[in-house]
Design a protein around this ligand. Structure first.
Ligand code: KIV
Length: 275
């Protein structure tokens, strides 16, 4: 029997080429089992530094480290067969200089085997983005609401409500597109601005809380699966409600253990009968 045909992985340039063709589909993934489930349906999987909050219960993404991103990048690469895999550069790993950015981006590519890196920032990061790309690192940009700047930007509020804010985000998006990013996340940004930017820039725009006008969408997978009972930002839709299912399964398990109904006969090993 011949080996099954291996599908080719989606590349950063193939994602850019989808602009104007069809909407680009993306979700975050942080582990091998989740990557196996998301991979068949997504153009790219984002190993986002949101993992600090989603998996580790951190207050923000600021404390996430390179080692965490590498461990989870490797885990996702083990589960992804066809989607492009992009790993976030965490806070402090690229803002100091373009050389520092290259050193850490190269680590992510070499140690995880991922296809591209993501970094947050606009005009101030454009030179770094161009530097990385000219040295072989494909870059996904991230403008609008930038969670790594939570300590200076006043929290997680939607962006682009004032003319000054809108002008700044437009300049950021233009700079990142001109620097050569194959795509950029636009986070938490008002619809008319996201629409204008998407029409103006050559690169693909990926919205999260930035309206259907973007070239594609990304969500945190745990958010869209309804893993968090008590937290649903406006831009999230629960495509499933796993939290109550998990709670009720765990409650059933606890009750059966206490009543000695689990494990049952079929879950129990008996000595093999010797002939
Ligand atoms: O870290 C992350 O998961 C992200 C997405 C929310 C876009 O940046």
């Amino acid at each position: 029997m011949s080996a099954p045909l291996r599908q080719k992985r989606m590349t950063p340039s193939a994602i850019k080429a989808l602009k104007g063709q069809r909407p680009i589909v993306s979700l975050t993934s942080y582990t091998t089992p989740m990557a196996r489930l998301t991979d068949p349906h997504c153009d790219f999987l984002l190993v986002g530094d949101s993992l600090g909050m989603v998996l580790y219960g951190m207050e923000s993404t600021v404390s996430v480290t390179m080692d965490m991103m590498i461990a989870h990048g490797q885990a996702v690469m083990r589960g992804a067969k066809q989607a492009c895999v992009i790993v976030d550069l965490p806070f402090g790993a690229y803002q100091e200089s373009k050389e520092q950015a290259f050193r850490n981006a190269a680590r992510l590519l070499k140690e995880t085997g991922c296809d591209a890196v993501k970094l947050e920032g606009g005009e101030e990061m454009a030179e770094t983005v161009a530097f990385l790309i000219s040295r072989g690192v494909p870059v996904l940009g991230h403008v609008g609401l930038m969670p790594q700047q939570v300590n200076t930007n006043g929290g997680y509020r939607s962006q682009g409500h004032t003319q000054a804010e809108a002008d700044k985000i437009r300049r950021d998006a233009k700079a990142i597109s001109e620097a050569g990013a194959f795509a950029m996340v636009i986070e938490g940004t008002v619809e008319p601005l996201a629409r204008e930017i998407t029409a103006e820039v050559a690169t693909a725009t990926i919205g999260i809380g930035a309206s259907p006008a973007c070239d594609g969408q990304v969500l945190v997978v745990d958010d869209m699966l309804g893993i968090f009972n008590d937290f649903k930002p406006r831009f999230v839709k629960h495509f499933a409600s796993l939290a109550p299912l998990i709670s009720s399964a765990v409650e059933d398990y606890a009750n059966e253990v206490k009543a000695r109904r689990f494990p049952a006969e079929e879950h129990t090993f008996q000595p093999r009968v010797k002939k």
